[in-house]
Write a new protein. Structure first.
Ligand code: SF4
Length: 462
């Protein structure tokens, strides 16, 4: 039975109208959603009059209940226009296999099945942002961040569908679960509003974003957006633009669809920087590692990326001395680093992890040999990297200032698009040429590159 309509008291908090239909199980779902709404500061009402949005919890058990639910949705759409549907009817398929509610009422904002408090809340957040009261809330709108104020990590998914033999992450964190795209974009928006100038997209496998939900269409800002890497990057680039902020992508596997991101990089929507954990280059070693995208022709792919976006910087990590690695396989890895011109490379000597499948692979190499190969690898990688850094001398680059005491009159420390925080190099900023020029932590400056120092550049703010 539908509850009797009742007007809610006037309040400054956004109001969510709630229509609850169906059995006691549906009622407990309604209670959970109402509790969560109130805990987050929304005002709730048992009618849709004057509400900012209406949630209809439906029943799909018998024909009469289906009809009543569909009528209630239609009524709410007519009276209010912004409707989220949840409950059993939301899970029903209609003719031809599509979602029944969407077929009958294509204007609804979101549809979920039963027991979906979080999904319903995600949809509410997308369309009626969570109220925030700085005098009452202990948590700022952008959440608590452990990074400096001007950069932040944005996690887009948790877990991983791969089973690399040296890794135990999937056994700890499970298979890939992508965050709803509207949630991710909402968080990005709040971070930019809070002053973040560099957003670092992280996950275990960024290219796989949305695979688990079959690239489901979510909503952001009232518009449909697919839960997919390209659409996510495109939207993040749009959100970053008014703030002049950077979007940097980490943990991207070289699948063919990553090629679509390159034009976004060439247009400056996301940074022309890709963190691709190759781990090795020889096909046999990659097979033993069970690496994702191991069958891809990575060298050719990298060449194509460089053609599409010549300024692209590629960072990667590698493992030297993996079980069974022959000298020839290791040399193939060195050739790859040279030919692929990896800008920033890190390398670990293989080290067994408790519970990892690689521990059982034949041909474990002595520790000394693993270390020796790591050192040889780093010598080659540093040669490549140093040559590439040298090519930047004379260029003027945009630099995000990480540290600038005394307004940077004596210089400071920053990073260019080629440097992710913590893992890459830096730009050592000399005192500005003009006495009037100041530097501020968390702001951008232009710098003329005048030299290199190891992994770092040296620049003069201009
Ligand atoms: S190393 Fe492999 S299994 Fe582990 S998180 Fe990365 S892709 Fe997944």
């Amino acid at each position: 039975m539908r509850d009797n309509p009742r007007m809610s008291p006037p309040t400054a908090a956004p109001t969510i109208g709630f229509v609850s239909l169906g059995c006691p199980k549906a009622l407990t779902d309604s209670e959970l959603i109402l509790t969560q709404l109130q805990a987050e500061g929304y005002s709730t009402s048992k009618t849709y009059d004057g509400a900012d949005l209406v949630i209809v919890n439906t029943c799909g058990f018998i024909d009469d209940a289906v009809r009543e639910s569909l009528d209630a949705i239609g009524e709410a759409l007519d009276a209010n226009g912004k409707v989220i549907v949840t409950g059993c009817l939301g899970a029903r398929t209609g003719d031809g296999g599509g979602n029944l509610v969407r077929q009958m009422h294509p204007k609804v904002l979101a549809v979920t099945g039963p027991h979906a408090t979080q999904e319903v809340m995600d949809a509410v957040h997308q369309h009626v942002p969570k109220p925030h009261d700085p005098f009452v809330d202990l948590v700022p709108a952008q959440g608590i961040k452990l990074t400096p104020r001007h950069y932040a990590y944005l996690k887009i998914s948790e877990g991983c569908n791969h089973r690399c033999t040296f890794c135990i992450i999937p056994s700890m964190r499970g298979d890939l679960v992508s965050r709803p795209v509207g949630d991710v974009l909402g968080e990005a928006q709040r971070l930019f509003e809070a002053g973040v100038k560099e957003l670092l997209v992280v996950s275990q496998d960024t290219s796989a974003y949305g695979v688990d939900v079959k690239y489901r269409t979510g909503f952001w800002d009232g518009k449909p957006v697919k839960t997919r890497m390209f659409e996510l990057c495109e939207q993040l680039g749009r959100l970053a633009e008014p703030y002049g902020a950077w979007v940097r992508l980490h943990y991207v596997y070289p699948y063919p669809h990553v090629d679509e991101i390159l034009p976004l990089m060439a247009e400056g929507r996301v940074l022309p920087y890709l963190d691709v954990p190759f781990q090795h280059a020889h096909p046999e070693v990659l097979k033993r590692m069970k690496r994702p995208a191991s069958g891809e022709r990575n060298l050719e792919r990298l060449q194509r990326w460089r053609e599409a976006c010549p300024q692209i910087v590629v960072r990667s990590t590698f493992i030297a001395g993996f079980p069974g690695e022959t000298e020839a396989e290791f040399e193939a890895l060195l050739d790859f680093v040279r030919e692929a011109q990896i800008d920033r490379a890190g390398c670990f000597a293989y080290s067994p992890v408790d519970g990892a499948a690689a521990n059982a692979i034949d041909g474990q190499l002595p520790q000394a040999l693993r270390e020796e190969r790591r050192a040889r690898f780093m010598a080659v990688a540093e040669e490549v990297s140093a040559r590439k850094l040298q090519q930047r001398v004379g260029a003027t680059m945009q630099v995000l200032v990480d540290h600038a005491p005394a307004l940077g009159r004596k210089g400071g420390i920053g990073r260019s698009y080629a440097d992710a925080p913590e893992i890459d190099g830096q730009v050592r900023l000399l005192p500005p040429e003009k006495a009037s020029k100041t530097l501020k932590t968390g702001e951008f400056t232009r710098a003329r590159i005048v030299g290199t120092e190891g992994h770092d550049l040296v620049g003069v703010p201009v």
